[in-house]
Design a protein around this ligand. Structure first.
Ligand code: FES
Length: 157
């Protein structure tokens, strides 16, 4: 018995594994918004790859759904439409351009602020797509805009 087929249509599959849609539909949509276990997640299909990322920007709750996607420093990034922060789709790292004052001469290049946006795991089986929410321990800044306080702030912005 194909486990995924049995569970398809029930939305919830194995514990923690969420059916989010048919592969073809998600590819056509390019970006799909889903609420999984109360968490708002953006599923992106870009250049043949699926990504799942917290849908509100860690900086000030901007809607990543409307952000452009660009390759920066060899990494695919979504650019928050609000203040143009650049977030890698694979790791959730926030990239910025700067100079290291310890270098002489110092040149402008890309640096990482570290992981700021929670990234979730996407899997496919038999034309169906599933997301497993990240269980990375500890606080990741985008968690704030998934909580009650963050929701209130988003609504005001
Ligand atoms: Fe995303 Fe400020 S809210 S860059």
């Amino acid at each position: 018995v194909d486990f995924y087929k049995v569970m398809e249509g029930k939305n919830q599959t194995a514990p923690g594994l969420h059916f989010v849609g048919k592969k073809d539909d998600l590819i056509q949509a390019k970006r799909s918004f889903r609420t999984l276990d109360g968490r708002d997640v953006l599923i992106i299909h870009h250049e043949g790859v699926f990504h799942a990322i917290d849908s509100y920007c860690h900086h000030a709750g901007g809607l990543l759904q409307n952000g452009d996607i660009e390759e920066i420093n060899g990494k695919m990034c979504i650019i928050c439409p609000k203040h143009k922060y650049k977030i890698t789709l694979a790791e959730g790292e926030c990239l910025y351009k700067g100079k290291d004052p310890r270098e002489n001469p110092s040149v402008t290049r890309w640096f990482s602020k570290g992981v700021k946006q929670r990234i979730h795991v996407v899997t496919e089986s038999d034309g169906n797509v599933f997301v497993k929410l990240s269980v990375s321990p500890g606080w990741i800044e985008s968690d704030y805009y998934q909580g009650e306080k963050g929701k209130v702030e988003r609504a005001k912005a």
